[in-house]
Design a protein around this ligand. Structure first.
Ligand code: GLC
Length: 730
C-alpha cells in the first residue's frame, strides 16, 4: 500500500503505518496505565505535572536536571520520572554551549535541507539519530517537529521548518517525529499554529478563514500527527484569528481532539501562556520561573479555589501527559545521562542528509561536477576555510568537537550567534583533489578576490545568509556586500560556481553571470564534506527545492513584511526587532495557496520553482497510466538515460479548484540505463476542499488534470482523470 493512501488509512489505524511505528503499547493500554497511576496521586501531585520550569530557575528539588530548555516534575514515589526537555529539530541544542559548556551534539543540516531530500526514510533516520543523543544526554522530551508552512520567505526560522507544501511538510515531520520517538522519548510537533513569521510573534494575530487554514497549515500538522503520533503538541506564541494559540479552544479542543482524536498533551511555548487556559485545551505551561507566580502554578490554585477550573480539568490534563509518557516508554525505559553516543555514525547520517539535500539550481555547460583536469581552483568567502554556517536560536546546536568559529552579534541575545560547524568545504575539496591547487580568499576584498579569480580554472564562491529565531530578515538579498563580491568574481572569471549557505530563498542578481549555483542550506556537522562530494561528482546532486525561490519580493503575497514598520532592522544580518508582544494583524492573501500554489494562481514566474533541482545525469519519463474513482493513482516509468548514476524525485501534481496541488512523489536512485515503474496514489485530502459546515473533506466529482515531472514547473507527462466525488468521513 503506497505511503499516501496509508496516510489516509493511518487515520483509521492503517496496519502498515502502525506496524512501522515505534514499538509501543496500544493507546488504550497506555491510557489504562495512566489512569491507574493517576488514581494513586494526590491532587497536589497531579498539579505538579502541569507546570514546567526553565532548569536554571527550577525549584531546588529539580536542580539535578540537565540544564537545557525545560524540566517538569514527576512523581518519584509512583515511578513517574521528571520530564527533561531539550530543543530541537536539528539536534540536542544548548544555546551554542551556553547551557552545558563543551557538551557538543551532532548538528543536523537544517530542516530545509532535510526537506530538500524529499526522503521520508532518511528524515526518520536523522530523527532517530538525534533522539538517541537526547536520550543519552538525559532528555526524555525533544522539542522537535517544527512544521509551520514556509509562507514568508523572510521568516528567520524557515531553516527550522520543512516546506511550503502541506503534504511534503506533514509527511517529513511525521517521519522525523517517528525517528525521535523510536528512542522511547517524547517528541513535540510545533508551533501550533500559523506561526509563519518571527516579527511580533508574541502578539500578532495570524488571520485566516477556517477552510484555508484546514487545507494548509493545519493539514501539515494533521498529516504529521497521523504519521508521527507525537507525544505532545506545542502551541504557538501568536494569536490565530484573534485568540492566542495556547488558549484557542478551536485549535486545541475542536481541531486537535474532536476532529483529529489526538490523545497526547498540549504544552505551551516558553512564555506563550496568557491565562489558565486548561479548559481551552492547554495541559502544561512550559518554561516558568519558580521564583515567580505561574498561571499553571499559583494561577491554577486560584482557579480551582474559585471554581473556574475543576479537579476534573486537572485530572484530564494529567492523564494526557501520563498517557504519552506510558505510550512512548518514558516510564518503562527511563533515560540516564552519560550513556555512550556513536557520534561517528550520527555524523554519517548528517552527511547523508546534507548530500541528499543539496540542490543544483544551475549548471551551465555542465561545468559541474569538477573534472580532474581542473587543476587550479579558487575557493572564496563564508569562512569556507574553517566550516559551514548554521541558524540561530533555541535550535542552535553546539557541534561535536565545538564550533569552528563563533561570531557574536552585537546587541543580540546569547543564542543569536553566527556559528560554523567544523567541516571545511575548502579542506574537503583539497582532500578529494590532492593533485590540484585549491586556494582560498576570504572574500573581504572583492577586487583582491577578482584578481585571484583571473588565474583560476574554476572559482567556487561561498555565500551565506544568517537567520535566527526571534527575528526576520528585512529582505531576500545576501547581506554584507556578497552580491557585489560574486559579481566582481564572475566578471573576472565566468567559470564561477556559487554555493549558498542560507536559511531559505535568496535573490541572485548575478545569476546570469555565473555558470552554476548550488543551494546547500545550513549543511550541518559534516556539511563541508557533503558540499565537496557533490561539487566533485562523488555523488549526484539530488536535492529538490521544498520552497519557491522568488524572482522578487513583490511576487510574494506580502511584499512588505507584516509588522516591519514597527521595528528597525538591526544586527549583523539586518534582522528585524519588534516588541515581542505588540498586537497587530497579519493577513495571508494566499490563504491555502502558500508557495508554488500562489505563483500558479498569480501566474508569476519565480527564480526557481518548488521541486526544482538538476542532476548530473538525465531522466526520461514514459507510460503514464491514470486511474480515477475516489482518488487518483498515477503509474509511470522513469529511466536514467544519462551516463552517471543519479537520483530523481518524480512529483505528481493535480489541478484542484484551478490550482496545482502536489499529491504525491517517489524518489528513485537509478544506474545509467536503469528504468523503474512507479505508482503514486493521492491522499484524497489533497484533492479536496474542507467543508467547514460539515466538518469534512469533500472531493468534487469531475475531471482533474494531472502532471508528472521533475518540478512543479516541469511537467514531463500529462493527462486527465475523472473522480467520482467523495467525502473523507462518510
Ligand atoms: C522557544 C521556541 C520553541 C522552543 C522553546 C524552548 O521560544 O519558540 O521552539 O522549543 O522556546 O526553547
Amino acid at each position: 500500500m503506497s505511503r499516501s493512501v496509508c496516510r489516509l488509512a493511518a487515520a483509521l489505524l492503517c496496519s502498515t503505518a502502525a506496524a512501522h511505528a515505534a514499538p509501543s503499547p496500544r493507546p488504550d493500554e497506555a491510557e489504562a496505565r495512566a489512569a491507574a497511576v493517576l488514581t494513586q496521586m494526590t491532587p497536589q501531585e497531579r498539579r505538579v505535572l502541569l507546570r514546567g520550569y526553565v532548569p536554571y530557575y527550577a525549584p531546588a528539588r529539580l536542580l539535578g536536571a540537565p540544564n537545557s530548555a525545560g524540566v517538569v516534575p514527576g512523581v518519584p514515589r509512583l515511578g513517574v520520572p521528571n520530564l527533561t526537555e531539550s530543543d530541537a529539530s536539528l539536534g540536542v541544542a544548548n544555546l551554542g554551549g551556553v547551557m552545558r559548556a563543551g557538551d557538543g551534539a551532532t548538528a543536523l543540516p537544517s530542516a530545509a535541507a532535510l526537506a530538500a531530500t524529499w526522503d521520508p526514510a532518511l528524515v526518520e533516520k536523522a530523527g532517530a539519530a538525534i533522539g538517541a543523543e537526547a536520550r543519552a544526554k538525559g532528555f526524555n522530551v525533544l522539542l522537535a517537529g517544527g512544521v509551520n508552512l514556509v509562507r514568508e520567505p523572510r521568516n528567520g526560522r524557515n531553516f527550522e521548518y520543512f516546506s511550503e507544501d502541506p503534504l511534503l511538510s506533514g509527511t517529513l515531520v511525521g517521519h522525523a517525529i517517528r525517528g525521535v520517538q523510536s528512542n522511547a522519548i517524547i517528541s513535540t510537533i510545533k508551533h501550533f499554529a500559523l506561526n509563519a513569521q518571527e516579527t511580533g510573534r508574541g502578539g500578532l494575530s495570524a488571520n485566516m478563514a477556517e477552510a484555508a487554514l484546514r487545507e494548509s497549515d493545519l493539514l501539515a500538522f494533521e498529516i504529521g500527527v497521523e504519521i508521527g503520533r507525537p507525544g505532545s503538541v506545542m502551541c504557538a506564541y501568536n494569536q490565530v484569528n484573534g485568540v492566542y494559540a495556547c488558549e484557542n479552544s478551536f485549535l486545541l479542543n475542536d481541531v486537535l481532539r474532536r476532529d483529529w482524536g489526538y490523545k497526547g498533551f498540549v504544552m505551551s511555548d516558553w512564555g506563550a501562556v496568557h491565562s489558565t487556559s486548561i479548559r481551552e485545551g492547554l495541559d502544561q505551561e512550559s518554561g516558568t520561573n519558580a521564583k515567580k507566580p505561574a498561571l499553571f502554578g499559583e494561577g491554577l490554585e486560584t482557579a480551582l479555589a474559585s471554581g473556574k477550573v475543576a479537579q476534573a480539568d486537572v485530572d484530564r490534563a494529567a492523564l494526557r501527559i501520563l498517557t504519552s509518557m506510558y505510550r512512548l516508554g518514558v516510564v518503562d525505559r527511563p533515560v540516564k545521562a552519560g550513556e555512550p553516543i556513536d557520534f561517528e555514525a550520527n555524523g554519517r547520517v548528517a552527511r547523508e542528509v546534507a548530500e541528499s539535500g543539496i540542490v543544483l539550481l544551475k549548471n551551465e555547460g555542465q561545468i559541474l561536477p569538477i573534472g580532474t583536469a581542473t587543476q587550479r581552483i579558487l575557493v572564496i568567502g563564508a569562512h569556507a576555510d574553517v566550516g559551514v554556517l548554521g541558524g540561530g536560536g533555541s535550535s542552535q546546536v553546539l557541534p561535536v568537537g565545538g564550533a569552528a568559529l563563533t561570531l557574536p552579534l552585537p546587541g543580540e541575545p546569547i543564542y543569536h550567534k553566527k556559528m560554523y560547524a567544523p567541516s571545511s568545504p575548502l579542506l574537503a575539496l583539497r582532500a578529494l583533489r590532492p593533485g590540484s591547487s585549491v586556494t582560498y580568499d576570504d572574500g573581504t576584498d572583492p577586487a583582491r578576490a577578482a584578481a585571484a579569480a583571473r588565474d583560476a580554472q574554476l572559482v567556487v564562491v561561498f555565500a551565506e545568509q544568517f537567520t535566527a529565531e526571534g527575528k526576520d530578515v528585512p529582505d531576500l538579498s545576501l547581506p554584507n556586500g556578497q552580491d557585489a563580491l560574486i559579481a566582481a568574481v564572475a566578471a573576472a572569471n565566468p567559470k564561477t560556481v556559487v554555493v549558498l549557505e542560507t536559511g531559505g530563498p535568496v535573490l541572485m542578481p548575478w545569476l546570469d553571470k555565473v555558470s552554476a549555483v548550488l543551494e546547500a542550506w545550513y549543511p550541518g556537522q559534516r556539511g563541508g564534506e557533503a558540499i565537496a562530494r557533490v561539487l566533485t561528482g562523488e555523488i549526484d546532486a539530488s536535492g529538490r527545492l521544498p520552497v519557491t525561490f522568488p524572482a522578487a519580493v513583490d511576487q510574494t503575497p506580502n511584499p512588505k513584511l507584516p509588522g516591519s514598520d514597527r521595528g528597525q532592522p538591526r544586527g549583523d544580518a539586518g534582522l528585524y526587532d519588534v516588541a515581542f508582544d505588540e498586537h497587530f494583524p497579519v493577513e495571508y492573501p494566499e490563504g491555502a495557496d502558500a508557495g508554488y500554489r500562489w505563483y500558479d494562481r498569480t501566474k508569476a514566474k519565480p527564480l526557481f520553482a518548488f521541486g526544482h533541482g538538476l542532476s548530473y545525469t538525465r531522466f526520461a519519463y514514459s507510460g503514464l497510466e491514470l486511474a480515477g474513482g475516489r482518488t487518483l493513482t498515477a503509474r509511470f516509468t522513469v529511466a536514467n538515460v544519462g551516463t552517471r548514476p543519479g537520483t530523481e524525485t518524480a512529483q505528481v501534481y493535480a489541478r484542484v479548484g484551478g490550482v496545482k496541488h502536489l499529491v504525491g512523489w517517489e524518489r528513485v536512485v537509478l544506474k545509467p540505463g536503469e528504468t523503474r515503474t512507479l505508482s503514486v496514489t493521492a491522499d484524497p485530502r489533497l484533492l479536496a476542499a474542507f467543508d467547514v459546515k460539515a466538518r469534512n473533506w469533500r472531493v468534487a466529482p469531475g475531471a482533474y488534470a494531472v502532471a508528472v515531472g521533475s518540478a512543479s514547473d516541469a511537467p514531463r507527462l500529462e493527462g486527465e482523470v475523472r473522480l467520482t466525488g467523495s467525502r473523507l468521513r462518510p
